[in-house]
Write a protein that binds this ligand. Structure first.
Ligand SMILES: *Cc1c(COP(=O)(O)O)cnc(C)c1O
Length: 379
C-alpha cells in the first residue's frame, strides 16, 4: 500500500456491527464480560479502547512501524520513553530542542537520576565523543524549531547500533509524509500529533511508533501503568486528521515554497530558514532524508528591533499570531517574546533566536491571500 492510501486505510478494520465507515467513538470506560475473564479483547479503557486502537494502528501504518501507541499529549509520549531508563543512565539530545521536551528532561527527569547531555548533533564527530558506557538513548529532533537545523538520522542510527543505544526521533515537524525515521534506522518515532497529524488545531495528542516487539511491550506496559492515554473523542479526531495528511502536507509545502520565494526577493528581509533553500547548510541532507521541505519557515528582518518585529506580527490579518503549528490555518510566532521567552536572551541568541526572528506555520489557505498579508504587514 502506498502512503497516500495508508493515511486513509492503513491498519483499519471494517466495522462489522452496522458497516460504519469511520470507527465509532467508543465512549466507554469498561466492557461487559460473559464470564470472569471472558471478553472480546477489551476490559478497561485505560488499557485498550477500540477507537484508540484504530488510531494506534493507523499511526503504525503511516510510519512504516509495527506498533503504535497514542498518549494524551506529545509530552506524555516522551514521558513514557524516559521511564524506560534507570537512575544513572545518560541521554544525549539536540541542544535546540522543543522547550517543553527540554523542561521535561531537565526539570522533571533529572531529579530521578537521569543525566541529559545537550549538544549540536549536526556534528557527528561530537556525537561519537559524547557516547559513554552509560549512554542509553539519543533523542533527536529534525528539522529543529525554529532554526530548521537538520540532523542526519541514518548516520546517528549507525553510531547508536555500534554502541547498542536506542535512537528516538521527534518527527512532529516533518511528519511521515516527508520523513520516515524508522526506515532511516531509528528505534522510536515520537509525534506531537497535536500539530500536523491531527492538523486542525483542535486536539492535544501524542504518539510513539516502534518496530521491536520487546520495546513495544515495555512501552505498552508504561502506557497502561502511568495511564496518560488519550480519550476516544481525541483519538477519533486525530484519526480523521490523518486521513487528509498527504493532501494537507502537499499544500503546506507548496505554499511555504511560494512564501520563501517571495521573502527571498524582499529588500527588508535578512535571513531565511527553510530546508528547501539551496543555501541552507544542510540542503543536501534535506534532499536525501526528506521527500519535501515542509510548511515551517523562519526569517529575520533587516531592521531587527524587537518593536519593529512586534509591529509586523500584529499587522497580520490572515496569519494568526499564536503558538503551536501544523494546523490548516496559517500562524505567525515571535519566538523571542512567545515560545522561547523563558530562555535567557544571550542563550537563545547563541542558537539564532534573535529579537528579529519570525516563525511562520504556513497553512493551506490560498497562496495569494497569504502573500498579500505578509506584504502589507512588512510594508
Ligand atoms: C508541540 C511539540 C511537542 C509537545 O507536544 P504536546 O502535544 O504539546 O504535548 C513536542 N515536540 C515538538 C517538536 C512540538 O512541536
Amino acid at each position: 500500500m502506498k502512503f497516500n492510501t495508508k493515511t486513509i486505510h492503513g491498519g483499519q478494520i471494517k466495522e462489522k456491527g452496522y458497516g460504519a465507515v469511520m470507527p465509532p467513538i467508543y465512549q466507554t470506560s469498561t466492557y461487559s464480560q460473559t464470564s470472569p475473564g471472558e471478553h472480546k479483547g477489551y476490559e478497561y479503557s485505560r488499557t485498550h479502547n477500540p477507537t484508540r486502537s484504530a488510531l494506534e494502528n493507523s499511526l503504525a501504518s503511516i510510519e512504516n512501524g509495527k506498533y503504535g501507541l497514542a498518549f494524551s499529549s506529545g509530552l506524555s509520549a516522551i514521558d513514557a520513553v524516559l521511564k524506560l531508563f534507570d537512575p544513572g543512565d545518560e541521554i544525549i539530545s539536540t541542544n535546540d530542542l522543543y522547550g517543553g521536551s527540554y523542561r521535561l528532561f531537565e526539570k522533571v527527569f533529572k531529579k530521578f537520576g537521569l543525566k541529559f547531555i545537550f549538544s549540536d548533533l549536526q556534528n557527528l564527530n561530537e556525537v561519537s565523543k559524547l557516547v559513554s558506557k552509560k549512554t542509553k538513548l539519543i533523542w533527536v529532533e529534525t528539522p529543529t524549531n525554529p532554526m530548521m537545523n537538520l540532523i542526519d538520522i541514518n548516520a546517528i542510527s549507525k553510531i547508536c547500533k555500534r554502541n547498542k543505544i536506542l535512537l528516538a526521533v521527534d518527527n512532529t515537524f516533518a511528519t511521515p509524509y516527508l520523513q520516515k525515521p524508522l526506515d532511516l534506522g531509528a528505534d522510536i518515532v515520537m509525534h506531537s500529533a497535536t500539530k500536523y497529524l491531527a492538523g486542525h488545531s483542535d486536539v492535544i495528542l501524542g504518539a510513539l511508533i516502534v518496530n521491536d516487539s520487546e520495546l513495544a511491550e515495555r512501552l505498552y506496559f508504561l502506557q497502561n501503568s502511568s495511564g496518560a492515554i488519550c480519550g476516544p473523542m481525541d483519538s477519533f479526531l486525530t484519526l480523521r486528521g490523518i486521513k487528509t495528511l498527504h493532501v494537507r502536507m502537499e499544500r503546506h509545502c507548496y505554499n511555504a515554497e511560494k512564501i520563501v520565494h517571495f521573502l527571498s526577493n524582499h529588500k527588508k528581509i535578512d535571513k531565511l530558514y527553510w530546508p528547501g533553500i539551496s543555501t541552507h547548510p544542510k540542503h543536501t541532507l534535506a534532499k536525501s532524508q526528506m521527500s519535501g521541505f515542509g510548511g515551517m519557515v523562519s526569517f529575520t528582518t533587516k531592521n531587527g528591533s524587537f518593536k519593529s518585529v512586534q509591529e509586523i506580527t500584529s499587522k497580520l490579518k490572515v496569519f494568526t499570531l499564536a503558538e503551536s503549528l501544523g494546523g490548516v490555518e496559517s500562524l505567525a510566532n515571535h519566538p523571542a517574546s512567545m515560545t522561547h521567552a523563558s530562555i535567557p536572551k544571550d542563550l537563545r541568541e547563541k542558537t539564532g533566536v534573535v529579537d528579529s526572528l519570525i516563525r511562520l506555520s504556513v497553512g493551506i489557505e490560498d497562496i495569494d491571500d497569504l502573500i498579500s498579508d505578509i506584504e502589507q504587514a512588512i510594508g
